[in-house]
Design a protein around this ligand. Structure first.
Ligand code: NAG
Ligand code: NAG
Length: 389
């Protein structure tokens, strides 16, 4: 009898012990990032990516910053966006003379040009608009941008990548780009990737330029070996040139606070009294904002034919005449406009040495890829998970 009870007690204890061990194993397994798995998004997440093909590229509004006096640039964007089937709203560019000197934040570095402050102010008006209209997210672009004719497909591939980086690839989210970001830096002239967190490589993307066609980037290339025709998506610690970016509602609120309403602690910790893009890059690096970018840059720039001075309303350029040109994109929307309007269903690459010099954009589809992590010294990178479209 006594022996029996002891045995019973022992087996109960053993059972408890075993179930404890199982519970701990279940908690720890699967450890994130320890196994290479192939994930295929469930129907719902692919439906989410479908929204990127809509009139606002999967965010709630697209704004372009444009000086009302530069109607020529507004023509470019109105026609280009109609060709690519998305809709642009306008944020008027700001002339320095219009600004009340009292409106400058106390920490603005007055060594910079008045036109640079005016440009920053125009971006801030964008943040104000997003917050005021309660937009879940918006894309802001500058008016000298050019984009690839496959922009919608490119953005879907990029969304697949940043969703994986946010751990959202299997989940339903409010934004097709995932819900855990402040800035998606789509068009830039240099980025710095965080190398201690996973990054994503999307191979077989025909819209990726070979490095010899990159314009000079103002930051070193990411210390990651990127194969040809492959685009990198990473969490960034810095970037320059705010040519095109998406910002979330929370991101716009935080930027409005940091650069205008109450720079407070942040202004003490990092110098944010700089041009808009430089301050934005610092806020990404400081961890104040969660920022992702594509490398190489997804979008590029367009210069209409004429003197170089036509190009920028911020910097002085010379009066040398040049033909229309595009940089930073493989299949330029601006340079293919006449071809598309003539009813041709193919577009030409910006460069003759492109892998596919002439293509029907309908033949280019979304690409998947894989999430990787850099190993320790000289270990290269290892793969965490492959994600198919
Ligand atoms: C496009 O999709 C996004 C995300 O679902 C949505 O917020 C936005 O309102 C849509 N835009 C249009 C014009 O339907
Ligand atoms: C598009 O794809 C079809 C079949 O997939 C192919 O026959 C055609 O040559 C392609 N066209 C271009 C211009 O890439």
């Amino acid at each position: 009898m006594i022996l029996n009870t002891v045995l019973q007690k022992r087996s109960v204890r053993r059972l408890l012990y075993i179930s404890g061990v199982i519970a701990i194993l279940l908690l720890l397994w699967p450890l994130p990032y320890t196994q290479t798995t192939v994930r295929k998004g469930p129907e719902s997440s692919r439906d989410h990516l479908q929204a990127i093909k809509n009139e606002t590229l999967g965010v709630q509004k697209i704004f372009a910053i444009n000086l009302p006096s530069r109607l020529d640039k507004r023509d470019n964007l109105v026609l280009g966006s109609s060709i690519s089937d998305f809709h642009i709203d306008w944020i008027d560019g700001v002339n320095p003379e219009e600004l009340n000197p009292k409106s400058f934040p106390y920490n603005w570095n007055r060594d910079h040009k008045p036109t640079e402050y005016a440009a920053r102010r125009a971006h801030m008006n964008g943040m104000q608009r997003i917050v005021s209209e309660r937009l879940g997210s918006a894309i802001i672009m500058e008016d000298d941008v050019d984009w690839d004719v496959t922009i919608k497909t490119q953005l879907q591939s990029f969304a697949l990548a940043v969703r994986a980086l946010q751990g959202a690839d299997q989940k339903a989210t409010a934004s097709p780009y995932g819900d855990d970001w402040d800035i998606l830096w789509l068009g830039h002239c240099g980025v710095q990737c965080q190398t201690d967190v996973p990054f994503f490589l999307s191979p077989h993307d025909p819209s990726v330029l070979p490095p010899h066609h990159f314009l000079p980037y103002w930051r070193d290339p990411p210390p990651i070996e990127i194969p040809s025709h492959t685009r990198l998506a990473c969490t960034i610690s810095d970037a320059v040139c705010s040519i095109v970016y998406a910002v979330s509602y929370r991101g716009a609120q935080k930027i409005l606070s940091a650069l205008s309403v109450n720079p407070g602690d942040l202004a003490q910790k990092i110098d944010i009294g700089a041009q808009f893009d430089v301050s934005l890059g610092r806020m990404c690096g400081n961890g104040y904002l969660q920022c992702f970018a594509a490398f190489p840059s997804l979008t590029g720039g367009y210069h209409a034919a004429g003197p170089s001075s036509k190009a920028s309303d911020i910097h002085d350029e010379n009066e040398d005449i040049h033909p229309a040109s595009s940089h930073g994109v493989m299949y330029s929307t601006m340079l293919n406009i006449n071809r598309i309007l003539s009813g041709d269903n193919t577009v030409v690459a910006n460069w003759e040495d492109a892998a596919i010099p002439t293509v029907n954009p309908a033949n280019i589809s979304m690409v998947g890829g894989a999430m990787h992590m850099l190993g320790g010294e000289e270990e290269g990178m290892y793969t965490l998970a492959a994600v198919n479209p």
